[in-house]
Design a protein around this ligand. Structure first.
Ligand code: SF4
Length: 360
């Protein structure tokens, strides 16, 4: 049970792996904890904390009448549209409330409408890429096939498809013919599979084989990982993780500071700790130069990568992060987007945002 309202959900595959790790290495081993802390409910989720977000960000897209949101669409960026065909996941990652958003699974008609939106006159010159995420879209491969074919028919401007999934580590047997078939016979589309692996223990033999089936089709896999306290917030675990990704032909993308959503304070390090770890990981010669991630925060206004000058103020456990997003640009491709209360717009129209720091 969890009073933040995010029920524990662990796939039978993950349960069997947890049981095997507990029996072989014990329930205080780094491998067991590296998996358990991602999925097993922790009473600390119910403690009061300054992390209060119920969503990662607000970026709904409204219909032409501006009277209602188009279901399953989010847009923060010029080139890329986020499509969420379902918000159901096979397991609930404790640091992510996405599968606890108001549930929907889009109908075939709604998916075709999404494709039409992507290809309409307002979007065809700016959009060229979609991120199909959720939830986990690969639990409904037949609907995704409908969406892909509709994009081919109605949105020829969309050339790159990113499909986000954790099925590869939550139940790799689901990477079956119906999923692999999505990547076949669509020469106008280039596919990338996005995944999230946070600890080297997740390279189960079954997962390694599932990743290989996808890459053998010529599909690039990349992983955006989350820095989690007690899971991977030590240099050796990160080095092992990024080495394992490289061995398995998985490209590094973001290493995210854990998003300040409610019930996650015990899993969040400070940003300073994350920057220290990212510097050691990427500037010590201990991993391949081709395996280095970008350390970034998912803020209320979008992703911000940490560079010199990104943190411009600190107050009451919050950091003011400067972005190069401009309000006018954001509104050009999502006209009804409103800056959240945490955003600050400077005199040149650039957005900064207050971001709740973690501890330790
Ligand atoms: S990280 Fe992915 S699989 Fe996990 S709860 Fe969030 S959306 Fe679902």
């Amino acid at each position: 049970m969890a009073t933040v309202g995010f029920p524990e959900k662990i796939s039978p595959f993950l349960r069997s792996k947890l049981a095997a790790l507990e029996s072989s290495e014990g329930n205080s081993s780094p491998s067991y904890l590296g998996l358990a802390r991602q999925y097993v409910y922790d009473p600390r989720e119910d403690q009061d904390s300054k992390e209060q977000n119920a969503k990662h960000y607000e970026a709904a897209v409204q219909g032409p009448d501006h009277a209602h949101d188009l279901p399953g669409l989010e847009r923060l960026y010029r080139r890329t549209l986020v499509i969420e065909p379902t918000l159901v996941c096979l397991a609930h990652c404790r640091y992510c409330l996405r599968s606890n958003y108001q549930k929907h699974t889009l109908t075939e008609k709604e998916l075709i409408d999404v494709a039409r939106y992507c290809g309409n006159a307002a979007n065809r010159d700016t959009l060229n890429e979609v991120l199909i995420t959720g939830g986990d879209p690969l639990i409904i491969p037949n609907r995704i096939e409908v969406l892909l074919n509709a994009l081919i028919d109605h949105a020829p401007n969309i050339q790159i498809i990113r499909l986000a999934t954790r099925l590869t580590t939550q139940d790799p047997t689901r990477i079956d013919e119906s999923v692999l078939g999505l990547f076949l016979n669509k020469p106008s589309l280039r596919f990338e599979l996005a995944t999230q692996i946070n600890h080297p223990v997740e390279f189960f033999q079954e997962s390694i084989e599932a990743f290989a089936k996808v890459t053998d089709l010529g599909v690039r896999i990349y992983s955006q990982n989350v820095l989690l306290k007690g899971v991977n917030d030590d240099l050796d675990s990160l080095i092992e993780l990024y080495d394992a990704m490289r061995r398995n032909r998985i490209e590094a993308h973001y290493l995210f500071h854990s998003v300040p959503i409610r019930g996650t304070h015990h899993l969040r390090t400070s940003v300073a700790r994350g920057i220290d770890l990212a510097r050691s990981l990427t500037s010590s010669g201990r991993i391949s130069g081709r395996a280095k991630p970008m350390f970034a925060a998912m803020t209320d206004i979008g992703k911000i990568t940490f560079y010199e000058g990104t943190i411009v103020d600190r107050r009451d456990g919050k950091l003011l992060l400067r972005s190069q997003y401009r309000l006018a640009d954001r509104r050009a491709w999502n006209p009804t987007w409103q800056p959240p209360e945490t955003a600050v717009v400077d005199q040149d129209g650039y957005l900064s945002v207050w971001y709740v720091d973690g501890e330790g």
